[in-house]
Design a protein around this ligand. Structure first.
Ligand code: NAD
Length: 479
């Protein structure tokens, strides 16, 4: 078992207090690694390093910055096995999900590297006596906080785009997946990043989050996590008059209309519900099916769910690996039991072995059940029956969340009606709710977050707009 240090100002260091904590393997339950347990003193050191590096890094020519980020992408591509091992061991990723996440992250790094040369201002042709324009300047020092479920790519959205826009970063990975965060630090160190431009500290979110957000040297906060965490971060940042982006939870609908190809709909639903054991912000949270096909759909989905290989996530064929921890197993099980007690039909699943929860299908889900409204974050398909597309839209919007959605139908008019009407940041027609690309606006509305990540949307969030004018000749002042 390895003990890891943190990256501050280009050096690998222990926590000032000397404290460490254990990073567990969710499949075996064994300690995978020991990492530093940072506190406010370490947050202060990391912030000081990032603040000191910001002038040099923001003045570094965009091409040089881009080359570092592109190089990090090449190193990651060559180190796929090394990163996959960490994603599997501490995150419970299946082998397939780990490889998918790494490929997506390589793509993200290539895109962020190129986007560093696409930071655009505007000119305003409003007053002929002057040139009037906007410049985009880095925010300064960004605090980036990420979750454990897609810990490589979700961290990289923040880190790579902060760096490509000339910001320096203090990055705090989730306590369930600290090693992948430290590996990101190592990746950029190997790529030749300026020391201090990226600092990675590991430890409790609330302690470090509050210390970093309150620090006057922090200029911007970006977090991906639960809605309750995002609300706290937003309040803290607002109290400090700092701007932020929030990528939070979801209860994403997948609407399946009666004209659909049922086998296709079953495959889309299975992917949307069961990828990474349902622990994705974009996971399908409710499957809303038109009544004429609901029984056939539910039976076929249950058959497919029961056939999915489960267990050891390092085996390439495994689809269902472990949930992240025992707390999450209890939560998922309590949601399933609550639904059954309130009248849902359990078609398959509802059992677990250690942290591997069987893929579960519930039919007859109704609004009073937890699985209808709360983020379950587990491999549970919750099927709601509706009479028509109008009712499907009402049910789809009957949630406090608004992250992503899927609509399956061959009827173009109904597809447009639903895509326009669903209150979500992202809607995918003839697909499940899980999709992301480096350059599209990723994010949600309602309680799923504020702001967007990816491509030019990240460039805008992570830069400050400044209006600059130049008088062409002396102007006549009124007095
Ligand atoms: P979490 O909110 O528990 O933790 C996220 C991060 O915030 C971690 O690094 C944690 O240490 C830190 N944190 C915790 N309390 C904090 C505080 N008070 N101040 C500052 N930071 C704090 O979330 P999680 O369990 O790691 O991840 C799962 C959640 O993330 C789910 O709700 C999921 O939907 C959401 N998520 C959203 C997106 C998205 O893009 N919208 C993507 C992935 C996950």
């Amino acid at each position: 078992m390895q003990t890891y240090q943190m990256l501050i100002n280009g050096e690998w260091v222990d926590a000032v207090s000397g404290a460490t904590f254990d990073d567990l393997n969710p499949y075996s339950g064994e300690v995978y690694a020991r990492v530093q347990k940072a506190d406010a003193q370490d947050a202060d050191r990391a912030m000081a390093a990032a603040y000191a590096a910001r002038k040099t890094w923001s003045a570094t020519p965009p091409l040089e910055r881009s080359l570092v980020i592109a190089k990090a992408g090449h190193i990651l591509e060559d180190a796929r096995q090394e990163f996959a091992e960490v994603l599997i061991s501490e995150g419970g990723s299946t082998f397939g999900k780990a490889m998918f996440e790494i490929s997506q992250t390589v793509d993200l790094l290539a895109t962020a590297a190129a986007d560093g040369k696409r930071i655009l201002g505007e000119t305003f042709h409003t007053d002929p006596s002057k040139l009037s324009m906007t410049l985009r300047r880095p925010r300064g020092t960004v605090v980036a906080i990420s979750p454990w479920n897609f810990p490589l790519i979700l961290s990289m959205y923040k880190v790579a785009y902060s760096l490509t826009t000339g910001n320096t970063v203090v990055f705090k990975p989730a306590s369930e997946t600290p090693v992948i965060g430290l590996k990101i630090g190592e990746l950029f160190e190997r790529a030749g990043l300026l020391p201090g431009a990226l600092n990675v500290i590991t430890g409790p979110g609330k302690v470090l989050g509050d210390a970093l957000i309150d620090d006057p040297r922090c200029s911007f906060v970006t977090i991906t996590g639960e809605t309750v965490t995002g609300r706290h971060v937003a309040q803290r940042a607002a109290a400090n008059l700092k701007e932020y982006t929030l990528e939070l939870g979801g209860k994403n609908p997948l609407v399946i209309l009666a004209d659909s190809d049922i086998d296709y709909a079953v495959n889309a639903a299975a992917f949307g519900v069961f990828l990474h054991q349902g622990q994705i912000c974009m996971s399908v949270g409710r499957i809303i099916v038109e009544e004429p096909i609901v029984e056939e759909f539910a039976q076929k989905l249950a058959e497919k769910a029961a056939s999915l290989p489960k267990g050891d996530p390092s085996r390439p064929q495994t689809v269902i690996g472990p949930l992240i921890n025992d707390k999450q197993v209890k939560k998922v099980d309590s949601h399933v039991k609550d639904a059954v007690a309130k009248g849902a039909r359990l078609l398959t699943g509802g059992q677990y072995q250690d942290r591997v929860y069987d893929p579960t299908v519930l039919a007859g889900v109704t609004p009073e059940m937890l699985v209808y409204s709360e983020e379950t974050f587990g491999p549970v398909a919750s099927i709601v029956s509706v009479q028509n597309a109008q009712e499907a839209l009402v049910v789809a919007n009957d949630t406090t969340y608004g992250l992503s959605a899927g609509v399956i139908t061959k009827d173009l008019e109904k597809a447009i009606y639903l895509a326009e009407g669903i209150e979500a940041g992202m809607v995918h027609v003839n697909d499940a709710s899980i999709d992301a690309e480096a350059s599209v606006p990723f994010g949600g509305c309602k309680e799923s977050g504020q702001g967007r990540e990816g491509g030019r949307y990240s460039l805008e969030e992570l830069t400050e707009v400044k209006w600059v004018t130049i008088q062409k000749s002396q102007k006549a002042f009124p007095f």
